[in-house]
Write a protein that binds this ligand. Structure first.
Ligand code: G3P
Ligand code: CA
Length: 310
């Protein structure tokens, strides 16, 4: 009898452990993640875009993270500064030849600039003159704005660049969460944190250092993950997947496979500007299909105001 009770207790413990990494632990409802802030309406990764996302009811606000030359985490999608700032005008001589995500080109790499230099840049005018003077926020500034109002969903962007420069990206993120009282599964219940990365080795490092918050592995369109076993191999390392939306559209079993392993599915990216490229009438209808037909747990959208709550 004692042996049976012992087995039952061990079983219960395992069940509790599984529950702690399931979708229900990461998400309490179908979840609206504002992609780069409310980036359909305001310049991506500015405080204006984050503020608007919160006003529009986003559950989480996404940050893509980069590291400055002096080791500060900033919110920036690209590894380089020229698409979304006036760096080319302010620092014409600082361009260099870089290989970024397999492509070699002339670029103003964020990691070659100090935070003080980056703070001189205009990160709003490229989008609309009315946002002239918006700055690239630090991760700490983003947290200060968002905390208590929504969750944060930072991505460790282009980790291979930092690995090649001996920058300990994962440790910087861990330290930022620690310093802001956000490291740990329920550190601040009003500000849940989920990390994401396209980098398998970055995901493994986050698991090794026991980051203490869920990690989502992002998958590009051309990546494998064609069988249940491909997903299962990541169990215990990451707590969910962030596939390009076509992966789920083409293979609805992807969601079943992930859920069977207690892992979540958060596809990207749903945007009103894609209408005409999809078979859906509008972005709300598209999101509705993924959430309520295909069963994904959450999704990244440039249009958090169009997220369909059932
Ligand atoms: O992180 C989810 C999605 O944002 C991935 O695409 O290029 O917008 O970071 P990207
Ligand atoms: Ca991202």
């Amino acid at each position: 009898m004692l042996a049976r009770v012992g087995t039952w207790i061990v079983g219960l413990g395992a069940w509790a452990m599984v529950m702690s990494i399931t979708g229900s632990a990461q998400y309490t409802k179908k979840t609206n993640v504002a992609h780069r802030g409310a980036s359909a309406y305001a310049p991506e990764h500015t405080l204006a875009a984050y503020r608007l996302a919160i006003e529009m009811g986003a559950d989480f606000v996404e940050q893509d993270l980069a590291v400055t030359r002096d080791g500060v985490l900033i919110c920036l999608h690209d590894a380089s500064l020229e698409r979304t700032t006036n760096v080319e005008q302010l620092f014409p001589g600082r361009v260099s030849t870089q290989t970024i995500e397999g492509k070699t080109r002339q670029a103003w790499l964020a990691n070659d600039f100090t935070l003080a230099e980056i703070k001189t840049l205009d990160a709003g005018s490229w989008f609309d003159k009315k946002y002239a003077g918006e700055k690239i926020p630090t991760f700490d500034e983003a947290i200060a704005l968002i905390r208590g109002k929504a969750g944060i969903f930072p991505e460790l962007k282009t980790p291979e660049i930092y690995a090649g420069r001996n920058v300990e990206f994962e440790q910087l993120v861990a330290a930022a969460l620690e310093r802001n009282g956000l490291r740990g599964p329920k550190a601040d219940p009003k500000t849940p944190v989920i990390l994401q990365t396209f980098g398998p080795s970055s995901a493994r490092t986050l698991a090794q250092i026991k980051i203490g918050v869920p990690v989502v592995l992002l998958l590009g369109n051309d990546e494998g993950f064609k069988t249940a076993a491909d997903l299962k191999a990541w169990k215990g390392i990451v707590q969910g997947f962030g596939p390009a939306k076509n992966i789920v559209f083409r293979n609805p079993d992807f969601v079943k496979w992930a859920h069977a392993e207690g892992m979540t599915v958060t596809p990207y990216t749903f945007r009103s500007s894609d209408v005409g490229k999809t078979n859906f009438r509008d972005v709300s209808e598209e999101m509705s299909h993924y959430l309520y037909r295909l069963g994904v747990d959450a999704l990244f959208t440039d249009n958090p105001d169009r997220f369909p709550r059932k």
